[in-house]
Design a protein around this ligand. Structure first.
Ligand code: ARG
Length: 588
């Protein structure tokens, strides 16, 4: 049981015994850590309703709590705040029980959750915007999983919209005699007629054509509708686009160690589309509007004109919204056991998700509070504007990762060397730099992609934390050579040992908070604090040259817990700790 749970349970007993409302029996970390570990303001808050003097209530609760040997001190401060300080023995016992692997989410029932993130689009390379979705999505999934939830990650490819028709129309325009375009053809080549580089080049050309030529745009829309309706030649060509695109997309995600259980796309919901549309019509929700089929999702208390969700466009073809709604229909109807769906997508798509969620709730597919859109801010360049290439184009994810790799290789001085272990080390550092740089920013804020800042070996960076963990391990290894090993008992003698212990004991609480708030940045903050507290401990509390073997081994045990905390925290962020690290640049 985490400390805060223990404290709250004690508080409930004390409040009950004194007939004070138990909802107020809550401890929080003390505002004055120099005076106390935790405080409870419940007595003060209850006083008014009970028409009693808050200090009197607090004193009665204090008396009740004081009998618990876990407390070194229970005092009443100010107008009626209860302060407690825990004994070092109690903290040591809790440290012994600390388990970074199996953290139990007290009081929450495990759910089956789908995490929808990544969201690459066929024929377009992954760009800087996909970085955040991938990295944040993978982290919130890992956090949920570590608390016992069943998680399913789905990449949800963008593979079914007008861009698909646009690409097919462009190919048709250039190669009208290919078999894919003749209506009666039934067999098509198994080999893709286009390689990935050409496909990525074709996309902007087709998009330009689409924008500038109205007839071409109409043709592309008509093709989209026919593709969706099942025309064999279009489907065959489209399948080539999907397969070709996926090979590079998979490579980029693999570099980031971002993983998916399902590689489904918008198109996957195609099979349920007729059934869903029929269902929505039957329920009277899908209605005609200016030649299109829509669901009205506006509510009386909306403070702006909330647009309807368009299901079928005039002239045919489903939309991004239809495929998302159909995917929900499919996920809950066919797979049944889904409790919750979490979408990690750019905050700018928030209206889209509101429309889809409202429609899903109206149709009775799933309660609206089981659908979550976790938005995020933009990745900017040093000029504070959305990150672009030097030429002003969209920054590709692969280029971005390469920038981080180059920065690390430069700093490590390994450019042009082919030492495999150094190269692997550099790769691990570069990915940690990018991921921590992203995740440590509060999710909804924008941030500046600055490889120089991300790669530093000091401050709030991935490499700094990795380095801290590597150093602790090397201390433990060195001690082992001298026959010193972490002891089972930990004696907290100095202020630095005690502060480190308090932070370590906070791990389960932080994990739960990061999950509840869907904020991986909470874990970044925690792990940075651990690294800092460890460094203060290390400077002030000699480990190898302690006063006694017992003290050395107690400090080694504390060191080992710090290492475990860092490894576990970084694992939730999807960041690995290398076995070895060389220092570089501005480090000590
Ligand atoms: N492909 C979309 C994009 O690049 C993101 C997909 C997000 N997921 C979803 N279920 N809509 O904007």
């Amino acid at each position: 049981m985490s400390i805060i749970h223990y404290l709250n349970a004690r508080a409930v007993q004390a409040f009950e015994a004194n007939e004070v409302p138990v909802e107020l029996a809550k401890f929080t970390p003390s505002d004055r850590p120099d005076l106390a570990d935790f405080q409870c303001n419940g007595a003060f808050q209850a006083a008014k309703a009970l028409r009693k003097n808050p200090r009197e209530i607090a004193a009665a609760i204090q008396e009740h709590l004081a009998t618990d040997p876990a407390f070194e001190e229970v005092t009443v401060a100010g107008p009626g705040f209860i302060n407690v300080r825990l004994t070092n023995e109690f903290l040591s016992k809790k440290l012994q029980q600390l388990d970074f692997e199996n953290v139990i989410d007290e009081g929450e029932k495990p759910e089956t959750m789908i995490f929808d993130y990544g969201g690459p689009n066929i024929a377009k390379p992954l760009h800087v915007g996909h970085l955040r979705s991938a990295v944040i999505g993978d982290a919130v999934k890992r956090i949920a999983r570590s608390l016992g939830h069943k998680v399913i990650a789905d990449v949800h490819l963008g593979d079914w919209g007008t861009p698909m028709g646009m690409l097919i129309a462009e190919m048709e325009h250039r190669n009208p005699d290919w078999p894919y375009f003749s209506e009666n053809e039934t067999s098509f080549p198994t080999e893709s007629p286009i390689k990935v580089d050409n496909l990525n080049k074709l996309y902007p050309e087709a998009a330009k054509h689409f924008k500038e030529d109205k007839d071409f745009a109409d043709r592309a829309r008509a093709i989209t509708a026919e593709l969706q309706a099942g025309r064999a030649g279009y489907r065959a060509l489209w399948q080539h686009f999907v397969n070709t695109s996926l090979t590079t997309v998979k490579k980029d995600f693999a570099a980031l160690d971002v993983n998916f259980d399902l590689w489904l796309g918008e198109s996957h919901a195609d099979v349920v589309m007729p059934a869903m549309l029929a269902d929505l019509k039957e329920k009277g929700l899908a209605v005609e509007s200016e030649g299109a089929l829509v669901i009205h999702v506006a509510r009386e208390d909306d403070d702006f004109e909330f647009p309807p969700l368009i299901l079928e466009k005039t002239g045919g073809g489903v939309t991004y919204g239809t495929t998302d709604l159909a995917t929900i229909y499919q996920r809950v109807n066919l797979e049944k056991k889904i409790d919750r769906i979490v979408y990690i997508v750019d905050q700018r798509q928030s209206l889209h998700f509101k429309q889809v969620f409202r429609a899903a709730a109206l149709a009775g597919y799933i309660d609206e509070d089981k659908l979550e859109h976790l938005g995020f801010g933009t990745v900017n360049g040093k000029d504070g504007k959305p990150f672009k290439t030097r030429e002003g184009g969209v920054m590709r994810l692969a280029e971005l990762l390469q920038m981080a790799r180059d920065e690390v290789a430069n700093k490590m001085g390994i450019v042009g060397k082919d030492d495999e272990s150094l190269i692997n080390m550099a790769e691990s550092i570069a990915m940690a730099a990018v991921k921590y740089g992203d995740l440590s920013t509060q999710r909804l804020s924008d941030y500046i992609f600055d490889t120089e800042a991300f790669v530093k070996l000091e401050g709030k960076t991935g490499p700094y934390i990795q380095y801290a963990a590597v150093r602790v391990q090397s201390l433990i290894d060195k001690a082992a050579d001298k026959d010193l090993k972490p002891s089972a008992d930990i004696h907290l003698e100095t202020a630095e040992e005690r502060s480190l212990a308090m932070l370590l004991l906070d791990y389960p609480v932080v994990l739960k908070r990061a999950h509840d708030r869907r904020m991986p940045s909470d874990i970044c903050e925690h792990v940075y604090n651990i690294a800092q507290a460890y460094s203060r401990f290390y400077q002030n509390c000699p480990v190898m040259t302690a006063d006694s073997k017992e003290q050395s081994e107690s400090r080694l045990a504390l060191s080992q817990l710090a290492r475990k905390d860092i490894v576990a925290s970084m694992d939730k962020l999807g960041i690995e700790i290398p076995d070895r690290m060389v220092t570089f640049g501005d480090s000590d």
